[in-house]
Design a binder for this molecule. Structure first.
Ligand code: ADP
Ligand code: MG
Length: 700
């Protein structure tokens, strides 16, 4: 017999076919279980009322008692909004509706006292509340009223069917009365007693109808833990499956290629962080299981050499290696660097990109198949079907965020035994985020820069200081340095963006005229051969200034460039600013990053600029970024779905997340298949969650 939580939502008293349809469409609620899992997003303290004159910008939500004495419909033939004036003995505030007001407007009565709940916003020098919840205070036949009342997110369509927050709350009441006694536990008794959690049923009831603040907190803790725990369990299981399913190349020897390079050709000594990471990778690739590792290291931390040394181990074990970079410029640069490092060895390194000539291409294909090529460096061109290796054992993917998962996987398909994969990223990912997003990968971190680097000095200037900045640029150029000037993509339209850039370019050329100065320009709408040409002029030092959009963001290494000027810096995200700053500070001279902004900035933009001026630590910046933007907006996370947490917040609940992961690891260590009777409840929940996930396809 199906469990009560699987009962279709139309069978709940008070729902019926129409409302059921709406609940499915609007909120994805199909079953009793779905509804009981639809938690309030905040709680209103029903004992607390604000006076209208107490409202200020610090209060997020207010509850006011008052009278409505004036209703206005605004707009001509087509009414665009309705306003109502709410008054109490201290003042008045305007209530505003932009839609859904037709069925509301006749409901208000003069002289009737209402309770209004909503979020006050400051507009036109006064406060108003848009789309408030309005109710008539009831005294006699009121249901049991707790001080804390759950407030549910609803939609205009649901509200028009009477399912505003209060309506949903009523349904929850009916539902929980029916489900009481049947809400099953999902955690083992060990976990529950170790963590002193309350039972699941108590948690669900109290998350909807808390009898006190204390029990609400217990309910939240219990449900947050559960949420994080099952995500971690899923990710860790994925990893277990990967490790057990794919038999990887076993690199058991560290031989001549590695040792010769290490002792005779390495131009510097490795940092401790680099040594540590090479050791971690060696452990993986020597184990016979396929490695899937994320290597994080700030710009300039020396990831390339780590990758190279691992590729030499692959060679020592008769395997080929490949590096895949996101752009031709970067692939080219890797190729030059690595060729230089290996110049005195017999190792065969080749470059394959979209612009490799066909004769050369043919030769590369041949040599790949007969095993003459040891290391192949390239762009997306590497994953074309024609590219066949004799024995690919190690793959490096640089600047990971430009590559999709599918592209990563297609590299594996080329071989009977999948190669080890090292994903390198210079965009630091906060630990908590990495744990949820890449919980199935192993993570290594290079947390130390090579010695002797001078941190980039970061300065903030307003547009009105431009002449001083130009003066500074001239001085730097006189000393032989080169300058980047970067413009944002504003995304309103490509032509406008280009115009913005070209205007900037024109004014730079006017200020820095030939023949004394030479200025390069690179932007996204140029052909790649043109870009390449301009880039090369700058690399060779033929031009002093490079004016560009963010196309230069990733990886380019020009040690002589010592100044990075970012125009409209307030328009860039934190991690992007940090990436751009990483383009300078690679040579022996003091480098500078100059952030240009207008005087007008949002509070968030100010924070971003302040953070960047204050620190050069990529991880600190990534954490700040996460805090400012929230996890949903961090690059690459939107699609993952993994961060659609109902209750937990990976920033605020960081400790709980670590704990949940620890518990999940302990359980899987002892019982990888969850077949131990003590874990039966957990196993059942995992199966249920998998089923729920497939059911979601009903919606999309
Ligand atoms: P990223 O991690 O940004 O890819 P790279 O691998 O390009 O950094 O290295 C940046 C620069 O630092 C390169 O010029 C490289 O030769 C140099 N480098 C790397 N490791 C060391 C080290 N241990 N000591 C000195 N210089 C190093
Ligand atoms: Mg790099």
């Amino acid at each position: 017999m199906p469990h009560i939580s699987e009962t279709a939502i139309e069978y709940l008293k008070g729902v019926g076919p129409q409302r059921a349809e709406m609940l499915k469409k609007e909120l994805g609620i199909f079953t009793f279980g779905d509804l009981s899992g639809y938690y309030p997003f905040r709680y209103i303290d029903k004992s607390k009322f604000y006076k209208i004159n107490e409202i200020n910008s610090d209060v997020a939500y207010v509850q006011i008692k008052g009278y409505i004495d004036k209703i206005e419909m605004i707009g001509g033939k087509r009414i665009v909004r309705m306003t109502a004036r709410l008054s109490d003995e201290t003042g008045t505030i305007e209530l505003v509706w932009f839609n859904g007001f037709r069925w509301l407007k006749d409901k208000f009565k003069k002289g009737q006292e209402y309770i209004v709940f909503g979020k006050p916003t400051y507009f036109n020098r006064k406060y108003n509340i848009t789309h408030p919840e309005v109710e008539i205070p009831d005294d006699d036949n009121a249901p049991i009223v707790f001080n804390l009342q759950g407030f549910y997110n609803s939609t205009e369509k649901l509200k028009s069917k009477g399912l505003d927050s209060k309506g949903i709350s009523k349904l929850q009441k009916t539902l929980l009365t029916e489900m009481k006694g049947f809400i099953t536990e999902t955690l083992s008794s060990d976990i529950i007693s170790n963590l002193k959690l309350i039972p699941r049923e108590d948690a669900i009831i109290n998350i909807h109808f808390p009898e006190s603040k204390e029990i609400l907190h217990k309910a939240q803790l219990r449900l947050k833990f559960e949420e994080l725990f099952f995500i971690q369990l899923k990710l860790l299981k994925l990893k277990l499956v990967r490790i057990s399913k794919f038999n990887g190349h076993k690199f058991s020897i560290v031989g001549n290629n590695f040792n010769d390079f290490y002792h005779n050709h390495l131009p510097f000594s490795l940092t401790n962080a680099q040594k540590k990471v090479i050791k971690e990778i060696r452990n993986d690739i020597g184990s016979g299981k396929q490695m899937n590792r994320l290597l994080q290291g700030d710009v300039g931390s020396g990831k390339t050499i780590v990758a190279l040394m691992c590729m030499l181990i692959a060679m020592d074990n008769d395997c080929q290696s490949a590096i895949m970079a996101p752009t031709e410029i970067l692939a080219q640069q890797h190729f030059e660097n690595i060729s230089n490092l290996l110049a005195k060895t017999k190792i065969n390194v080749q470059l394959l990109t979209g612009s490799t000539r066909s004769a050369k291409r043919k030769k590369i294909f041949e040599q790949l198949e007969n095993g003459t090529i040891n290391i192949l460096i390239g762009t997306h061109a590497l994953i074309e079907d024609k590219v066949k290796f004799k024995n690919l054992g190690f793959t490096v993917i640089d600047e990971q965020h430009r590559f999709g998962v599918a592209q990563r996987a297609s590299l594996w398909k080329k071989n009977n035994i999948p190669p080890h994969v090292l994903v390198m990223t210079a965009t630091p990912i906060p630990r908590t985020l990495a744990m949820t997003l890449y919980g199935d990968l192993d993570v290594s971190v290079i947390d130390e820069l090579p010695p002797g680097r001078k941190p980039v000095k970061t300065l903030h200037f307003y547009d009105s200081d431009r002449l001083r900045v130009f003066g500074f640029i001239k001085k730097q150029i006189k000393e032989g340095r080169q300058i980047y000037i970067v413009y944002p993509l504003i995304n309103e339209s490509e032509t406008l963006d280009l115009k913005f850039l070209m205007d900037g370019y024109d004014s730079i050329v006017r200020e820095f005229p030939l023949p004394e100065y030479a200025v390069s320009i690179v932007h996204g709408q140029m052909k790649s051969s043109e870009k390449e040409y301009e880039m090369q002029r700058f690399v060779k030092g033929e031009t002093n200034i490079m004016v560009a959009t963010t196309v230069i963001e990733v990886g380019v290494d020009i040690p002589n460039a010592s100044v990075m000027i970012i125009e409209n810096a307030e328009r860039f995200g934190l991690s992007q600013l940090h990436q751009l700053r990483g383009r300078v500070g690679r040579g022996a001279d003091q480098s500078y990053c100059i952030l240009m902004t207008s005087h007008k900035q949002t509070a968030d933009a100010k924070k971003r600029i302040e953070t960047l001026v204050k620190t050069t630590d990529g991880f600190e910046i990534a954490e700040a970024d996460l805090r400012l933007r929230g996890p949903g907006d961090i690059e690459g996370t939107q699609q993952s779905g993994i961060l659609d947490l109902k209750l937990a917040d990976i920033i605020k609940d960081e400790k709980l997340l670590h704990y949940a992961r620890k518990v999940a690891i302990e359980i899987l260590d002892k019982d990888p298949n969850l077949s131990n009777p003590a874990n039966a409840l957990i196993a059942r929940r995992v199966a249920e969650l998998n089923k729920e996930k497939t059911n979601w396809s009903r919606i999309s």
